[in-house]
Write a new protein. Structure first.
Length: 293
């Protein structure tokens, strides 16, 4: 199973568990008092990192669970950078909530204020938890101190897979192992040194836009034959190249469009192809030498 598939199943399991817990807690209130109609407050994340369709579906699921448990008093408190007032239905527009930010602390503080006016049986937060403002831990402690139960239903965009292609040619060259070359070797690729890939990945985590996908590349498209010729010059030894038939479905030419990474992350590769191949070769040679001691 792919990484994205695993993440989807985990998120689904968490959501089902949260809904089950919510249903049981609501049923518990009904059992204690047949006249009880527990009031539940939904904190719905409307920030840009949470697709509207995903949060609306989570709201509908909670409403279904609440109705099944006998609760007919469920209110919504939508929030992003700041919270709205509690309401019985979702707003058509949330532009006034500063959707570029996510402040869960402010939403929980608003929930505590509403609970102080008219107590709620509990609060259910529908969010991806990617807050970029406020102190959510402080607000959760305040809710605990106020004995206001808080449950969480994680929802949001599936995380894109992070793929870093592996190139084994330098490793096999230094070890004298055969290198398989599929096709005529004139297909082109964009090679990226690992330090540039790691730096860009870390920067995307700090400064990237939620849900955005960034291509990271070395900035030059070269043929595989050219790469192998450069390896001969760097290693000073001939290569055992095994030419194979072209692989079905293999793209003839690929190139990373790094425009978005440049705009959002100020990404610029710092290693040329020759510098990257040389650095990898030197690292492999040192590692091999060390393992023989």
């Amino acid at each position: 199973m792919s990484a994205s598939g695993t993440r989807t199943l985990v998120a689904l399991a968490l959501q089902l568990a949260a809904l089950a817990a919510l249903s049981l807690s609501l049923l518990g209130f009904s059992w204690l008092d047949t006249r009880s109609r527990p009031r539940v407050l939904l904190l719905v994340d409307r920030s840009e990192s949470v697709p509207r369709a995903a949060s609306d579906k989570a709201v509908a699921d909670v409403m279904h669970a609440a109705n099944a448990a006998g609760s007919d008093d469920l209110q919504l408190l939508e929030f992003a950078g700041r919270p709205a007032a509690p309401s019985m239905k979702a707003a058509d527009s949330v532009a006034n909530l500063e959707p570029s930010a996510t402040n869960i602390e402010a939403a929980l503080d608003a929930a505590l204020a509403a609970d102080a006016r008219t107590p709620f049986a509990g609060v259910v937060v529908i969010s991806d938890g990617l807050e970029n403002a406020g102190d959510v831990e402080r607000a959760l402690r305040a809710a605990r101190d106020a004995r206001l139960p808080v449950q969480w239903i994680p929802t949001g965009r599936p995380l894109p897979e992070t793929r870093i292609s592996e190139v084994l040619a330098p490793d096999r060259a230094i070890a004298g192992q055969p290198i398989s070359l599929y096709g005529d070797g004139e297909q082109t690729r964009d090679f990226t040194f690992v330090a540039d890939a790691a730096s860009a990945t870390a920067t995307a985590g700090d400064r990237g836009r939620p849900g955005a996908v960034y291509n990271i590349g070395g900035g030059s498209r070269v043929t595989l034959n050219s790469v192998l010729d450069r390896l001969v010059g760097i290693t000073g030894r001939s290569l055992d190249i095994r030419r194979e038939d072209p692989q079905k479905g293999d793209m003839r030419d690929t190139f990373a469009d790094t425009t978005r990474a440049l705009e959002d992350l100020d990404f610029r590769p710092t290693y040329t192809l020759d510098a990257g191949l040389t650095a990898e070769y030197e690292w492999l040679a040192a590692s091999l030498k060390g393992s023989r001691r």
